[in-house]
Ligand binder design. Structure first.
Ligand SMILES: [Zn+2]
Length: 139
C-alpha cells in the first residue's frame, strides 16, 4: 500500500492498521505478497522470493478462517496471552489468540479460529490504530 493510499484511508475512516498487511475494508482481512513464480507467500515486503529468488509479487487476500497449528502461553507482563500460528488455508499467520483463556487447556491444535480486529487506542489526533488477532469460531 502506498503512503498516499494510506493517508486516504486514514482520512476516510480515522483508523489505521497497526501492520501493513491488515486491510481495513468493511470486512477486514489480511493480505500477503505472493510470489508470481512459485506461489510462496510473505506478509513483510520482500525484494525477492526467499525460495526461488524471483522478484515479482502480487497481493492476495488471505482466508479469514483458519486452524491453530502451534501455540504457546506467553507470561509476559501482568496478563498472560496466547501466541499462535494459524494456518489459513495454506498460509501460516503468526498472531495472538483473543477471547480465549490463556491456559493450555483452553487452546487445542486444530482449533478453528477466525480473524478479528481490535483497537489499540487513539493518538492525539483521534486516529485509531487497529490490530488483528484470531478468536475461536462459533461453529
Ligand atoms: Zn518464489
Amino acid at each position: 500500500m502506498s503512503e498516499e493510499q494510506k493517508s486516504e484511508q486514514e482520512k476516510s475512516t480515522g483508523k489505521v492498521p497497526f501492520v501493513d498487511y491488515l486491510v481495513l475494508d468493511k470486512t477486514p482481512y489480511l493480505q500477503a505478497h505472493e510470489c508470481e513464480s512459485c506461489g510462496s507467500r510473505y506478509f513483510d515486503r520482500r525484494n525477492a522470493c526467499a525460495k526461488c529468488f524471483e522478484d515479482t509479487f502480487r497481493q492476495v487476500p488471505i482466508s479469514r478462517e483458519g486452524e491453530v497449528t502451534s501455540f504457546s502461553i506467553v507470561q509476559m507482563g501482568p496478563i498472560p496471552y496466547v501466541s499462535a500460528v494459524v494456518d489459513c488455508e495454506g498460509t501460516s499467520v503468526k498472531c495472538t489468540l483473543m477471547n480465549v483463556e490463556a491456559t493450555p487447556e483452553s487452546v487445542n491444535l486444530g482449533m478453528k479460529v477466525k480473524l478479528m480486529t481490535y483497537s489499540m487506542g487513539e493518538d492525539s489526533e483521534g486516529t485509531e490504530a487497529i490490530a488483528f488477532g484470531f478468536e475461536p469460531s462459533e461453529t
